[in-house]
Design a protein around this ligand. Structure first.
Ligand SMILES: NC(=O)C1=CN([C@@H]2O[C@H](COP(=O)(O)OP(=O)(O)OC[C@H]3O[C@@H](n4cnc5c(N)ncnc54)[C@H](OP(=O)(O)O)[C@@H]3O)[C@@H](O)[C@H]2O)C=CC1
Ligand SMILES: CC(=O)C(=O)O
Ligand SMILES: [Mg+2]
Length: 625
């Protein structure tokens, strides 16, 4: 459709006069934006709308300035001539592969991770395809930069490093006008939103508006790990203030300088936001809640899950990746999930989410809900979840796991008493799994399973080194942030990263492609099984319960294909007709990480007299400078 549009004249301003419109139309001039794609779009959107690009309407320097169009030195001589950028760059042609190599060298030149983060942010702003291809082909190297742990530091330093806008900030002062703010977003076809209010950023607490790094990082993974087209993704931060006194007093803080709004005003604001999203982008827009405070996270999941296309990544995505690890661990321990005795350190979004999904996994193995819950012990800031404990409420799902047991505030005492075979930390309490606790786990388990899921790295309940050291190399260890390769007494471990990044990109892709309206727990069990299925014996031999990060893209596509099948089998898809070849359907909808021709379809090499500049000698692609 667009190639014919690109051949047609487009007037500078929408025409309002019916008479003029008739005349223009008779001459083939498109008068209003509606004429072009049947929607209200700005002129720029006519040129670049989603992945429909009309290069013939963008001339000159904009091709280099627009990250969606820029290919660096990969514009051919023909393209440079046609686009009017000839002479604006040095003569050398560089393929995308050569550029990728230069990017790798450039990133590695930086000593500090925050500088690597800044380099990648700048690349993202400069050349979108190069950024995403670099990230997707170097996940092991770069995910720790755009994601945990470095993204945590980037959020903490957000006021200092903020350069260019990315994503939408909607503040509590915009209430009544959420839709108007969302309308300012230049893309008319958004399918996925990651939203935070910054109250619980990783394990770093309330970072207010500085939490924007998280939706940006999560959505970068949507594209890099699942091939979801970047223009379909929108990061949003809802700025309702912050209770972080340091930020409130920090002259560099970029958010609203006020305490968090709570209560009815806050709830109405979130309601308005959800409605505004649907009003602009439709009922099927996927809204991923990320890093909200505990109380709000559970409330909103309950409130919205049957009204919107939404999920909470910290509760459900984390649950899925942890259950995936437990499923994979069967091959090392020879135990079913229901053979274990669990102790959770932390009873918040992540821990409760994992516990609830683990119960579902045990039900699949034949246990009743009661029997499954009995196997799960939980510990929060006030100690063991015990039915009659004097302190600490048993709000929400905590009550399901409360035991008929005397109050217990000492982790080591509890460990020694109940002798768990699996211990899962999701407390943001760095170092809580002390050498004593780890030694105890090793004393009554041949292969203790230890998950230290808190992020970023310094919040992990124990390090990988300590875990292997104090369990004599017998532990099956997983962490939320990466620990790299560990050499314990000559044995090499490559512990896996139990992070929801294995789950949410693939789940999102499956949901978006099939148009699932409401996201059930079942999808997260499917995703867990997919991840567990992709773990090889070799991965397990290095102590990893997850496939290597270098294969996480395949893992996301596998999850999406299973969700796709499930959606049509269960009749919960809304995209019809059902694709016969699901794999081809998915592949056909993925982002193309490679540069494409910038020449309009109709473009042909101009005749000599029309060319104002002297054509360059074509440069050989492999030639040296
Ligand atoms: N690996 C992954 O993919 C993910 C990791 N996480 C990480 O998990 C951590 C927790 O996140 P989330 O569950 O959302 O946070 P929450 O605030 O919801 O939960 C934290 C839990 O830890 C408990 N806790 C805090 N301090 C202590 C302590 N000293 N002793 C015992 N328990 C304590 C809290 O107790 P109380 O309930 O009494 O307040 C609460 O139950 C974060 O570091 C986060 O980064 C989160 C999501 C995904
Ligand atoms: C990984 C993640 O979602 C978190 O730590 O909050
Ligand atoms: Mg999170």
């Amino acid at each position: 459709m667009f190639s014919s549009i690109s051949r047609t004249l487009i007037s500078n301003k929408p025409c309002r006069s019916p008479t003029l419109m008739k005349i223009y139309k008779s001459r083939g001039v498109l008068c209003t934006t509606q004429d072009i794609i049947g929607q209200e779009l700005s002129k720029r959107e006519m040129h670049i709308r989603g992945d429909i690009i009309a290069p013939s309407h963008i001339m000159g320097i904009d091709h280099l300035r627009d990250p969606r169009l820029n290919k660096g030195l990969a514009f051919t001589l023909e393209e440079r001539q046609a686009l009017g950028i000839h002479g604006l760059q040095p003569a050398r042609y560089k393929s995308q592969e050569e550029q990728l190599e230069l990017c790798r060298i450039s990133v590695l030149r930086y000593q500090e991770d925050l500088n690597k983060y800044l380099y990648l942010t700048e690349l993202h702003d400069r050349n979108e395809k190069l950024f995403f291809r670099l990230l997707s082909e170097n996940v092991e190297l770069l995910m720790p930069i755009v994601y945990t742990p470095t993204v945590g530091l980037a959020c903490q330093k957000f006021g200092l490093i903020y350069r260019r806008p990315r994503g939408l900030f909607i503040t509590i002062n915009d209430r009544g006008h959420c839709y108007d703010v969302i309308k300012n977003w230049p893309e008319s076809d958004v399918r996925a939103i990651v939203v935070t209010d910054g109250e619980r950023i990783l394990g770093l607490g309330d970072l207010g508006a500085c939490g924007m790094g998280i939706p940006v990082g999560k959505l970068a993974l949507y594209t890099a790990l699942a091939g979801i087209k970047p223009h379909l993704c929108l990061p949003i931060t809802l700025d309702v203030g912050t209770n972080n006194q340091n930020l409130l007093e920090d002259p560099l803080y970029v958010g609203l300088r006020q305490k968090r709004i709570t209560g009815a005003e806050y709830d109405e604001f979130i309601d308005e936001f959800m409605e505004a999203v649907v009003k602009r982008y439709g009922q099927n827009t996927l809204i991923q809640f990320e890093d909200f405070g505990n109380h709000n996270a559970f409330r909103f999941l309950d409130k919205f899950r049957h009204r919107y296309c939404t999920f909470n990544d910290d509760i459900q995505g984390t649950a899925s990746v942890a259950v995936a690890g437990l499923l994979a661990s069967k091959r090392l321990t020879n135990k079913k999930i229901s053979d274990h005795n669990f102790l959770f350190f932390g009873a918040g979004e992540a821990a409760i989410g994992i516990a609830d999904l683990t119960v579902k996994a045990m039900q699949q193995e034949g246990l009743t809900v009661r029997e499954a819950r009995d196997k799960i012990w939980m510990f929060d800031i006030d100690g063991l979840l015990a039915q009659d404990r004097p302190e600490g409420r048993l709000e929400g799902h905590k009550a399901f796991y409360a035991k008929n047991h005397a109050p217990e505030k000492s982790l080591i005492n509890l460990v020694q008493e109940i002798k768990p075979s699996v211990m899962i930390g999701a407390s943001a309490c760095g170092g809580a799994f002390t050498p004593e606790v780890l030694k105890a786990m090793a004393s009554f388990n041949d292969k203790p399973v230890v998950f230290a899921l808190s992020n970023p790295t310094h919040k992990a309940e124990c390090t990988a080194d300590d875990c292997y050291k104090y369990t004599e190399g017998r532990a099956i260890f997983t962490s939320g942030s990466p620990f790299g390769e560990i050499n314990y007494n000559g044995k090499i471990f490559r512990p896996g990263q139990g992070n929801n990044a294995y789950i949410f990109p693939g789940v999102a892709l499956g949901v978006l492609l099939t148009g699932i309206h409401h996201i059930s727990e079942e999808l997260f069990l499917i995703a867990a099984q997919c991840v567990a299925d992709t773990v090889t014996d070799e991965n397990l031999s290095y102590g990893s319960l997850y496939p290597p990060l270098s294969t996480i893209r395949e893992c996301s596509l596998y999850i999406a294909s299973k969700i796709c099948q499930h959606a049509y089998d269960k009749g919960i898809a809304s995209v019809y007709p059902e694709p016969v070849d699901k794999k081809a359907f998915i592949q056909g909808n993925l982002y193309n990480f490679n540069y494409e021709s910038s020449l309009p379809n109709s473009w042909s090499w101009p005749k000599a007299p029309e060319v104002k500049t002297r054509p360059l000698e074509p440069v050989t692609l492999t030639g040296k400078l």
